[in-house]
Design a protein around this ligand. Structure first.
Ligand SMILES: C[S@@+](CC[C@H](N)C(=O)[O-])C[C@H]1O[C@@H](n2cnc3c(N)ncnc32)[C@H](O)[C@@H]1O
Length: 221
């Protein structure tokens, strides 16, 4: 990201306390990483691109910072705070991974439309990813980030979203929620039949998000 001010604002909103472990996925050239430094936290920042990892390693030096090369979603270390300005193609993967991890708070920059999907309240427009996120996080949009803050400027609008963790669910339940939504036009009886289970009356749209996760947990059992 090109704007130091925007990176600072994102880092400030992460509410990092001394002693926290912060996981950043996507170091890039370290615009955000630099702002996470100096807050007394241990910072694990992961970049999968070898060239960017090399450049960041050569230029970023701060106490408590550990730069790693690889897939940030393969990290097994525990963390308190998650921070990421991810490529938007990975937003869904990030949320599906985060619902399975135990941590306190996430600050993610996402496409404005993706944030709307996460927070969609209308059951007819709801997606699997919104049901998962709504079950596992308390969410709010913190602020928009102007296109000019990025280099190159994206063709879409971006917002910073806070994800405060409420619950953690296993991967099997994530897969089952996605599976249920692939049959969303069927009745509940029809959906459950796809998974070899007996279903009750009504349709998916009649269920709350938490009830859908409950059904998914039953399927995953
Ligand atoms: C939009 S850039 C943000 C870079 C920097 N954090 C900033 O704010 O300027 C996203 C970065 O994430 C990296 N990335 C994408 N997927 C990743 C993954 N699964 N694990 C680690 N890094 C990833 C990309 O290579 C890219 O450098």
């Amino acid at each position: 990201m090109r704007s130091r001010q925007a990176a600072r604002r994102i880092a400030d909103s992460a509410g990092i306390s001394p002693g926290d472990t912060v996981l950043e996925v996507g170091t890039g050239l370290g615009a955000l990483t630099r702002e996470l430094c100096g807050r007394g936290a241990r910072i694990i920042s992961v970049e999968r691109n070898g060239r960017l990892y090399g450049e960041a390693s050569a230029s970023l030096h701060c106490e408590g910072l550990e730069l790693r090369r690889g897939d940030g979603f393969a990290v097994e270390d525990g963390f308190d705070v998650f921070v990421s300005n991810l490529p938007y193609s990975q937003s869904r993967r990030a949320v599906e991974w985060l619902v399975q991890r135990d941590f306190a708070r996430g600050i993610v920059t996402v496409q404005k439309e993706f944030a709307a999907k996460l927070m969609e309240a209308d059951p007819r427009r709801r997606r699997a990813i919104g049901v998962l996120a709504g079950h596992c996080f308390e969410m709010r949009v913190l602020f928009p980030v102007a296109r000019s803050c990025f280099d190159p400027p994206p063709r879409v609008d971006s917002v910073v979203v806070e994800l405060a963790k409420r619950r953690t669910i296993p991967g099997g339940v994530v897969r089952a929620v996605n599976g249920i939504f692939s049959y969303r036009r069927k009745t509940m009886r029809g959906i459950m039949k796809q998974f070899g289970r007996e279903g009750g009356p009504g349709r998916l749209d009649d269920l709350s998000g938490d009830e859908i996760v409950g059904v998914a947990a039953e399927i995953a059992r």
